[in-house]
Design a protein around this ligand. Structure first.
Ligand code: FES
Length: 152
């Protein structure tokens, strides 16, 4: 019969699987859902849906403790996925127009290590590109504490 609707695209987890995990394992937070089902452990796009499922599941009478919009801590995997996404959609196209490119080398806490490619490597403005363009975009769209550095 119905297998439910996929809530977390990154890991293909459905709402029914999440609800079952919430009930059976008595989960009370998105972090716990992620630990049990992986849902929410990737790009993080599904977190609001997971919170809604928590609220709905507990509204049938069980104890309700739904963490509302708290300061979300992102896992390293979530950061990497979001950063890759922003690099691909918003940063690479601009660099490629000038014959350059950028590669994500590593993410360590708030430090994002990137490497410029193509024309960007010899461009005297590469530091400005990293700080004023890449870091600014990633801070706006991923996490405001990120620090972008170039891999030397
Ligand atoms: S859609 Fe759930 S983590 Fe990406």
């Amino acid at each position: 019969m119905a297998e439910g609707e996929v809530i977390c695209e990154c890991f293909g987890v459905t709402d029914l699987e999440v609800i079952r995990a919430i009930k059976e394992s008595n989960l009370h937070s998105v972090e716990e859902i992620t630990n049990f089902t992986k849902a929410g452990g990737g790009c993080g796009k599904c977190e609001e849906k997971l919170e809604a499922l928590l609220a709905e599941t507990f509204s049938d009478g069980l104890k309700v403790v739904v963490p509302r919009k708290k300061n979300k801590r992102m896992t390293t995997l979530q950061k990497i996925k979001k950063i890759e996404d922003i690099l691909e959609r918003e940063i690479r196209p601009g660099l490629r127009m000038d014959g350059g490119d950028i590669e994500l080398i590593d993410v360590d806490g708030d430090y994002v290590i990137v490497s410029l490619r193509g024309q960007c490597t010899s461009c005297f403005k590469s530091q400005t590109t990293i700080k004023e363009f890449v870091e600014k975009k990633l801070r706006e769209q991923v996490l405001e504490t990120l620090i972008v550095e170039e891999d030397k």
